[in-house]
Write a protein that binds this ligand. Sequence first.
Ligand code: NDP
Length: 291
Amino acid sequence: QHPGSVTVIGLGPMGRAMAGALLDRGYGVTVWNRTASRADDLVARGAVLAPGPADAVAANEVVILSLTDYVAVRAVLEPAAQALHDKVLLNLTSATPEEARAGARWAAEHGAVQLTGGVNSSPTGIGQPDSATLCSGPREAFDRHRPVLEALTGRVDHQGEDPGLAALSYQLGMVMFWTSMLSFWQAIVLARANGLTAADILPSAVETATSLPETFAFYAERIDAGVHDGDVDRLAMGVASAEHVLHTHTEAGVDSTLPAAVVDLFRRGMEAGRAGDSFSSLVELLAKPGD
Ligand code: NDP
């Protein structure tokens, strides 16, 4: 049985992978992209290239949006606003929670429903079992169009009615992803300045990373209980350690922006009178805007 038809707007690496996964599963796919040539391969595989965004929206009830940001979403959809009535916008464009909520309100004003989605996958993971989409917005629309989402990623999870929730969950993942990956780049830079390669330090980097879940669990419980006792670690010890990291960078003559920022946060914790507390007390400091 034919699974149905959907529209995909935005054919960057993600949108192309998504349209391809839908074609693989037998969906009829209409696409539109600002740079039309990015649709060539998909058209060769059976997709229909719409002449403009309004035609693309009009073609199907479900419209997947995979654009750079919500500025691009507005730029594409505003001229197509007349066609939005009764449409379900599956907006898989990254955004802040507030942007996602504003986008959902704007869609509702034009008679459309927005489901916000955060895709936890690289383009190569689209259509594969270990990828996931975090989704929020009206449950009824999610349940009805779940098969489309399941064609895109192995797992789909409805987080709640608030359209901002999926964006928040996605950003919670990304805050850790970007800083973790930058910390790995930083270690590589330091290693290379000392004659080692990325491959040389990979085993110890993996060991450090795999030790973290246990550490997360230990501190998560204490943080939720408001406990920052200095029985396991003390901020005063932490600042000395962070300074060693910083000075190893200055000795090596490489950029030290990231380790300097870490030292700065530890020192602010010391100035706030937390020397004898755990470095988990930095969560209290970070809860307020910095100077
Ligand atoms: P890209 O930024 O590479 O491409 C997205 C599309 O946005 C392009 O087709 C581009 O059109 C279009 N676009 C940008 N600005 C405008 C505009 N003003 N008007 C019309 N079209 C515009 O993004 P990706 O495909 O990599 O990602 C799409 C979304 O998915 C992003 O929100 C990203 O954060 C998210 N994401 C990406 C991942 C990745 O690994 N790539 C992983 C998880 C999520 P044109 O081709 O004409 O430039």
